[in-house]
Design a protein around this ligand. Sequence first.
Ligand code: ITT
Ligand code: NA
Length: 215
Amino acid sequence: MLSYVTTNEGKVREARDYLDAVESVAFDYTEIQADELGPIAARGAREAYAHVGGPVIVDDAGLFVEGLGGFPGPYSAYVEETLGVERVGELARRAGATRAYFRCVIAYCDGAPFEATPEPIDYGDRRGHDLAADERATATTDDAVVAGDLPVRLFEGAVPGRIVEPRGDGGFGYDPIFEHDGRTFAEMATAEKNAVSHRGRALAKFGEWYQERSD
Ligand code: ITT
Ligand code: NA
């Protein structure tokens, strides 16, 4: 059984559309401070695997406002707690910096070593605020692997949008201020958000790989 280790109910709701055989485990792993989602998720996946003792995925996500240098990015959870979603929205709108995107990295760890030596990840232009063009922001990177004491595999997804005044009461977190194709994520049903979202893309990639691997 695969465990989706998260304390966020909203993430679990979205993952159910992709993963039938998944159990959610509300273990609060340590989130290291880093300017990349990948290493945060990889470190979390190792710790979660050690805690659960079976295959796990963790999901690290964030909102990146281009004109604010990618803020709040990897600090999105902390900023949501301290500043709040509405004030992040005000900040972006007041600065005229409304282009933004969400990113999500799913990290998988099952304790098994890789058969081949993994390619190191090139974070170069994957840094949040460098993903400028819509086209690049919508592209998902191939799954990547992180060597270490416990190998981890990463799946990434991103979606471009615009910061707007809060609308809608679905979703969670920054969804009410993130508009994509005319609607905020909070105005979409879970399946609609999944079809275009950062998490949906990352989960689809993971699901495809996981399925192939267990066939
Ligand atoms: P776990 O770490 O336990 O999984 P978390 O909510 O702390 O739960 P993150 O560390 O990934 O998750 O923090 C991401 C922040 O970005 C947090 O404030 C979320 O509310 C927000 N967020 C993540 N995905 C989102 C989405 O799809 N829509 C809106 N906000 C999102
Ligand atoms: Na977290």
